[in-house]
Design a protein around this ligand. Sequence first.
Ligand SMILES: CC(C)(COP(=O)(O)OP(=O)(O)OC[C@H]1O[C@@H](n2cnc3c(N)ncnc32)[C@H](O)[C@@H]1OP(=O)(O)O)[C@@H](O)C(=O)NCCC(=O)NCCS
Length: 235
Amino acid sequence: MPPFITQLRARLDRLKQALIALAEASDKPMILVKELSPRARRHLLRHFLALEEKDRLLRFGSKLSDELVTRYVENIDFSRDTIFGVYDRKMRLLGVGHLAFAPREASPVSGATLKARVAEFGVSVSAAARGMGVGTKLFVRAAIRCRNADVDTLYMHCLSSNKVMMHIAKKAGMEIHRDYGEADAYLKLQPANPVTLFQEAMEEQAAMLDYIVKANMRALFKWISRVFGIGKPKA
Ligand SMILES: CC(C)(COP(=O)(O)OP(=O)(O)OC[C@H]1O[C@@H](n2cnc3c(N)ncnc32)[C@H](O)[C@@H]1OP(=O)(O)O)[C@@H](O)C(=O)NCCC(=O)NCCS
């Protein structure tokens, strides 16, 4: 093997060890929420298909078959809705949030606001990544987007019966309203302010940078493994 390959391999091993040490040093890794584009459809499909039946029920309101999940992903309109995602270092989506704005009249909680639009939010986190704050981060990010878009009402399917989501919403300091009954509880949001505008811009920048680094590292490892047959990344 040429000497430069040996050196490169040693450097990559040291880098890998340093990154592992860094990740292990913190029990709560930094979670960056990225706004996804249509290019993420393949990642989204993999995330949703991996959800168990009971989680699909909680997420979509019914036990969607693989075929219907595939259709849902194919039909996501990225120009109308906002899809947030949290990636791991292997470029797998750990969590996904789908934020949709609908005209007030079309919402089940239409009388809850005087604003023109109401937001609806759905979120899911891979079973193995739960309890680490990913769901909270996605939820908080969606709420900030709503505030910055002049939307003050956030609706989630079966919110009241979802103990984890209720816990997350309360922890984020949200007001939970039940004027339409338990099944159609909704959350009231504060108006935007300079902090929310700045926060959203900064978080997106950081997540974009993180995504580029992860994608390039993965591409580099793949290239090295293909060309030199070493350090093959696991699927
Ligand atoms: C709901 C969901 C997105 C949460 O994701 P997550 O990444 O595990 O959430 P977080 O780690 O940010 O927070 C979970 C919180 O709920 C708490 N929690 C867990 N189980 C709970 C329960 N049964 N009752 C109350 N709180 C609970 C955790 O302790 C944690 O709180 P903490 O941060 O104060 O310790 C995830 O469980 C999921 O994908 N569920 C299936 C789909 C779903 O229900 N979607 C919501 C409706 S659209």
